[in-house]
Design a binder for this molecule. Sequence first.
Ligand code: GLN
Length: 547
Amino acid sequence: MHGRYSGGIMKAKFIFITGGVVSSLGKGITAASIGLLLKSRGVKVVNQKFDPYLNIDPGTMNPYQHGEVFVTVDGGETDLDLGHYERFTDVPLHRFNNTTAGKVYLSILDRERSGGYQGNTVQVIPHVTDEIKSRILKTGEETGADVVITEVGGTVGDIESLPFIEAIRQIKYTVGKDNCIFIHLGLLPYLKECGELKTKPMQHSVKELLGFGIQPDIIMCRSEKPLTKSIREKLGLFCNVGQNAIIENLSAKSIYEVPLMLENEGLGKTLCSLLDLPNSEPDLADWKEMVRRYYHPEKEITIALVGKYVELHDAYLSVAEALTAGGIHHSARVKIDWIDSERITDLDKAEELLGKAAGIIVPGGFGDRGTAGMMVAARYARENKVPYFGICLGMQIAVIEFARNVLSLADANSSEFNQQTPHPVIDLMPDQQGVKLGGTLRLGEFRCVLAEGSKAEKAYRLHDIVERHRHRYEFNNLYRDSFEQSEMALTGRNPERNLVEIVELPAHPWFVGVQFHPEFASRPNKPHPLFRDFVGAAVEKSAKAKA
Ligand code: GLN
């Protein structure tokens, strides 16, 4: 299974995916699908992404520009494509699986300042390219993967991605041609006027790649229409690839069907033959069953997602996927009603906007804007017994709302939103006070012990769990007694620092707030237990409403 390329040492093989013609073709889904097709043949895979921008990571970027920040188990703040990789391959990723140009330059400049280059001029070639190459090889070494699948962000020819393209060209020389392949994904536009798919832009894009010294081994064609024999022949002739290396990548009704379509196109077989891997029969039964269930739901429910970045659905990508997965489990299509929290000005407005929802979810977020509307939504769910799931900010919102309206702690708040609040029920921990903003986030996996008999324990069927975090503020333990004497139960606790991780209303059909982000651990064929049960409660509510 392993390739040998240096002194008989067993090392990984590499697949690089570049994009051409236009951006947003779904390189991430393609890379994730390749991971699944190889994994389903017993190959140990790991995916990684190169982002040519200069930010160190997307952690500080506006969700409207970048979409969701995906959090890895070790607390890396990464590109949302890593979420696709994890959902398709079920391989947990780490911060080193997302390399940005910013990270590359940061390590080079740190080394330069500490004299690491011993007086040499530091240059893009070889220093930047060497740093990128060492990261590629390290991913193979650190994970022990048979195949490392690397998606290069952006489109070939972008100025900022040049060092990445040059580095992957050089890698083929380092690891040997049987251990490295290039896949180029481009668009074949369909012209209605002549009723034809056009190959010229793809040919030009491949020419550009050839200009950088890279001959793609596989041409993958995104298109609205199936590829005809003559189109395939033209592409083969002008892009120098055999017919089995021209892969059609049609738009699918669900992203989860993409790997199955690519397998039907013979991609798995071609990959194995190009990389000299044994081509065993892929085991995709579980995945196929999940897609079948998704395409044939028995019912439909609506979940209201109340947030402040709702115009860009990618800002809540993993939450949306986790809701879909919960639905698949219950044979229910989950329709998300994206509600801008600023529109929920009072309970009447809540009734108007949320009245038809079978469940309400308030996901994570930062800053005060929109939080008043989220609190009205939480109150509406609490009082009307609508299933409620609060994630991170959504849990804090539920706590604040309860403090104000049930515990009569007037003007209770999070000190994130009002530093002068008389009741900071959500607050910084004492050891965070006075520390500058950067670096104070609680990131990555932490333990949580679940209270016996709680809804959380019932969902997980476990007593001790780990979940991924990304937040700065915490439930304020000074208010623990007031809550414990009320009908809001504190049912999850981080044992190391005695932090409240989960709150619930035991008398409510399903009202759970979690300080962590369960959405990152959910898989389409293995929904997260809390999403599964939240959707389950919503399905039940919707059935009752119809009865
Ligand atoms: N803004 C809140 C905090 O920093 C919640 C963060 C989140 O929802 N990810 O604690």
